[in-house]
Design a protein around this ligand. Structure first.
Ligand SMILES: *Cc1c(COP(=O)(O)O)cnc(C)c1O
Length: 468
């Protein structure tokens, strides 16, 4: 399998280089040069298999040629072995032909683990083969740092530094990062805001000498290897609900468009999907785009579903690439205009097929809170502020009641306890395997918001950690 950039100016790369590179050199995102397709018999043969086996089959064509099948299968089995539910991604029936797929049984209680647990192992495997190491540096406002840490912990070829704003992340979020007892994980509480953390990370990447000397790398949401593992759960849901004989629809609480793009990829691979439903909070650029045909940037407003608080959805470019006929030059022109003007009006060649495939939905914090309470009253289920948007989007937007619709639950309610308790009056408990989170010892260093100081801290730690 070869990968091409959505901007058409970067070299085609095999899977392992795409994994380590992330963003393409021309500013584009890597996509497979063609979608592998599966036959009806292939889908049928997946019914009832353990989750990890479905995942291996779905991902195999994407890594073929770079990772031997047996090694890859070991990696995938191992990645999901530590999940807190034996089904890995169990489904719950919430109504007639209405399902919830729980993607939050990984180590950090959010769906990012579904991909991150694979990504960390892939990095380690490819780096070890090449005799290389990397230093992962990332900034977090609290929600996603722990997924990166859990992906990197104890991986021999990786050192991992995560910056978070000191005193500005919740106790659960901080402890999910600082209680990981792995020597290659380094939490930095920066005396500043999340923006300061992000600026510091950007500045380190822009310091070419530092970046090269420390072999800095990132595990950000545009990496193809973050999308690929997510395709598997759409397949698992669909085949277990009767695909390929029956179509299914999916509803996804969406931020950077990574998760819903994985559903689209499953469709491209031949899975019969009826509707792709996009749930947004008040940061609704995608829903507005579907309604108006114009994609326009407006400032981000903070909501109770922070992982969906985005100004633009970076992975949307992967869909646009297809809608522009896979023509990197026209997409580059469109994206350059969008960056310059903050807005882009699509022609009917893009907008019509976009509207035909995707349905948009939005819900503000007040509606989310009411819906969370209502679902709890009706079903006893506690949904986190992201998952409730997916479920409500599924109910509101399904076009055909005889087609099963699956809403993606992207976080465990205990990951966002304050919002859940405010909506329902019930404090969501941590799952048993994490119930001692507040007794575990913490490890972090507080650093001033000063680039030179941060860089010398990182250098010192790397030197202490051994030869590089
Ligand atoms: C990251 C995240 C999302 C958004 O997913 P995208 O792939 O960025 O669209 C939704 N819910 C939760 C809980 C998340 O962590």
């Amino acid at each position: 399998m070869k990968y091409i950039s959505t901007r058409g100016q970067a070299p085609d790369l095999p899977f392992d280089d795409v994994l380590l590179t992330g963003l393409a050199r021309d500013g584009g995102l890597y996509v497979p040069d063609q979608w592998p397709t599966f036959s009806d018999d292939d889908w049928r043969a997946m019914r009832g298999l353990p989750y990890w086996e479905i995942a291996v089959r779905v991902m195999q064509p994407y890594v073929a040629g770079t990772i031997p099948e047996a090694d890859f299968a070991d990696m995938v089995r191992d990645a999901y072995a530590g999940f807190g539910h034996r089904a890995v991604a169990p489904m719950k029936q919430m109504g007639d032909n209405l399902w919830l797929m729980e993607l939050f049984h990984g180590p950090t209680l959010a769906f990012k683990d579904m991909a991150m647990q694979i990504l960390g192992r892939l990095f380690d495997y490819v780096l070890t083969q090449r005799g290389e190491t990397v230093t992962i540096v990332g900034a977090t406002s609290g929600d996603t740092g722990s997924a990166a840490i859990e992906a990197c912990r104890d991986r021999e070829a990786i050192e991992c530094f995560i910056l978070y704003p000191h005193g500005r992340v919740s106790d659960v979020q901080r402890r999910q990062m600082t209680t990981v007892p792995s020597d290659n994980v380094h939490c930095i509480a920066l005396e500043g805001t999340f923006d300061d953390c992000q600026d510091a990370v950007k500045a380190m990447f822009n310091d070419i000498a530092f970046r090269d000397a420390k072999r800095l790398s990132a595990v950000n949401s545009i990496n193809w290897a973050r999308i690929m593992p997510q395709i598997a759960y759409y397949v698992a849901a669909a085949v277990n609900l009767g695909a390929p004989e029956r179509k299914v629809s999916f509803a996804v609480p969406t931020g950077n468009f990574g998760n819903i793009f994985a559903a689209y990829a499953a469709g491209k691979m031949g899975l019969p999907i009826e509707q792709y439903i996009i749930g947004s909070n008040s940061n609704d650029i995608l829903t507005r785009t579907l309604e108006t045909g114009t994609m326009s940037m407006v400032p981000v407003v903070p909501t109770t579903s922070p992982s969906m608080d985005i100004q633009i959805s970076s992975n949307f470019e992967r869909l646009l690439f297809d809608l522009y006929g896979r023509d990197g030059a026209s997409l580059t022109e469109a994206m350059t205009a969008f960056r310059a003007e903050g807005s882009l009006t699509f022609g009917s060649n893009q907008w019509e097929p976009m509207k035909a495939q995707f349905t948009g939905f939005r819900m503000d914090d007040i509606q989310s809170k009411q819906a969370t309470n209502q679902i709890h009253q009706q079903t006893g289920e506690l949904l986190d502020p992201h998952s409730i948007i997916g479920l409500k989007a599924a109910e509101a937007c399904r076009a055909n009641p005889s087609v099963p619709v699956v809403a993606m639950a992207t976080a465990h309610p205990a990951k966002f306890p304050a919002a859940v308790e405010e909506a329902t009056g019930v404090h969501p408990a941590l799952p048993p395997r994490m119930s001692d989170l507040f007794e575990r010892p913490e490890r972090f260093t507080v650093q001033a918001n000063d680039l030179a100081g941060l860089q010398s801290h990182i250098s010192d730690v790397l030197t202490m950690r051994g030869p590089s």
